[in-house]
Design a protein around this ligand. Structure first.
Ligand SMILES: Nc1nc2c(ncn2[C@@H]2O[C@H](COP(=O)(O)OP(=O)(O)OP(=O)(O)O)[C@@H](O)[C@H]2O)c(=O)[nH]1
Ligand SMILES: [Mg+2]
Ligand SMILES: [Zn+2]
Length: 366
């Protein structure tokens, strides 16, 4: 429910409790104010209408076509029929089947009208089957859809101390699971680690493989794993997502000959936090399918996070969670916690448990 202040701003009346005199007074007034009776008041109805996605009415069937959104975060580009592309813009009356802040994301299916001069106007955005959402860590009210309707997100990291952060990988995996998208993991720059680092990486690979995630190891420099990656994305809609500098754009260039997207210059390597890719783009793959490049993300908040749900996104916790003494166990401090016991026996990888605790802690700070 909206706060009183917010209602004042929107001009929505304050909720009035059911009382006979008020009810009568309203009935004398305009129909709009009539009391709705049990359960829902007119105010509730109005609130519901305001927060519901706008309904779509097709303007004219011959005039409109369907398209796939290929690019956002610069000019919006839509793909019409598998070949032709148009620059597109939403109009003020664009309707959507989706609640939430992001009107158009890559992977969205839309209806459009060709308005000439190689421009299109988007009239409607279809409801999304799945989406990858992120919020700003500081402002968790506001969610951004990074990609929509994607078959698989390739959570990308790199084989260096700084860029192999299982904590961030876990956040991505949880966000994908929350949004209904399959995920796999790609560790790039496998030409870099020495023997000792390789042992650490093998441990991480085994940890994720044990929980059921596929892990691909790649190098854009030696070509290691590129064919496996190509087979993985063939014919699907996939997206790279991960920290800036892990080599998402480089991988894309390796998979799509002649693409030549801009990657970070070697001399810029030390400039931390510099993002080379600033827009999200879906590129057609040579053998069929699409692959998205997205801007690197350093911080990643989870939208509508419920601490009691987090363990459901850790598949290897589930068999133990049933045996916890308390049904609402958060697996942090509770006595008789079977998850914690499993961590002690190393039936659950301690690093995964540490990531779980970190996500819980950071998402509970407000
Ligand atoms: N050693 C090594 N370096 C790589 C590899 N792949 C990419 N790089 C380098 O890593 C740097 C970052 O690569 P990008 O492809 O720009 O990384 P990105 O993930 O697209 O970064 P953002 O666009 O900022 O999110 C570049 O200097 C690449 O040349 C690799 O397999 N091995
Ligand atoms: Mg990039
Ligand atoms: Zn527990």
């Amino acid at each position: 429910m909206a706060s009183d202040e917010e209602r004042k701003r929107r001009g929505t009346p304050r909720r009035v409790h059911k009382r006979k005199d008020i009810e009568k007074q309203w009935r004398k007034g305009t129909g709009r104010w009539q009391y709705a009776g049990e359960g829902e008041t007119d105010h509730d109805q109005l609130d519901r209408k305001l927060s519901a996605p706008r309904q779509y009415q097709m303007s004219s069937e011959e005039q409109e076509g369907e398209a796939l959104v290929l690019q956002t975060g610069g000019p919006t580009i839509i793909l019409l029929d598998g070949e032709n592309e148009l620059r597109a813009r939403p109009r003020r009356s664009t309707t959507t089947g989706n609640a939430g802040a992001t009107l158009i994301a890559i992977g969205d299916r839309v209806r459009y009208i060709d308005v000439g001069e190689e421009e299109a106007v988007i009239t409607h955005v279809y409801e999304r089957d799945s989406f990858l959402l992120r919020t700003s860590i500081r402002d968790t009210e506001y969610a951004q859809v990074l990609v929509a309707n994607i078959d698989e997100v390739i959570v990308t990291a790199a084989a260096t101390d700084e860029l192999l952060r299982p904590g961030l990988i876990d956040r991505y995996l949880v966000a994908c699971a929350m949004g209904g998208i399959d995920a796999c993991i790609c560790i790039n720059k496998m030409d870099l680690p020495d023997e000792e680092e390789e042992a650490f990486i093998s441990d991480i690979v085994a940890m994720y493989a044990d929980t059921g995630y596929d892990v691909l190891l790649t190098s854009c420099f030696t070509g290691e794993g590129i064919e496996t990656l190509a087979a993985r994305v063939h014919g699907k809609l996939s997206a790279f997502s991960g920290h800036s500098g892990v080599g998402k754009t480089s991988l894309l260039n390796a998979l799509i000959p002649d693409l030549d997207e801009k990657t970070r210059e070697l001399s810029d390597q030390s400039r931390r936090g510099m993002h080379t890719t600033s827009r999200s783009t879906l590129f057609p793959l040579p053998g069929g399918g699409f692959l998205a490049d997205t801007p690197g993300i350093r911080e990643f908040g989870l939208y509508q996070f419920d601490p009691l749900d987090l363990h459901t996104y850790y598949p290897e916790f589930l068999p133990f969670a049933d045996d916890c003494r308390f049904p609402s166990c958060t697996h942090t401090h509770e006595p008789g916690c079977a998850v914690k016991e499993a961590v002690e026996r190393e039936d659950i990888h301690p690093l995964r448990y540490r990531n779980y605790l970190q996500i819980l802690e950071s998402e509970s700070e407000e």
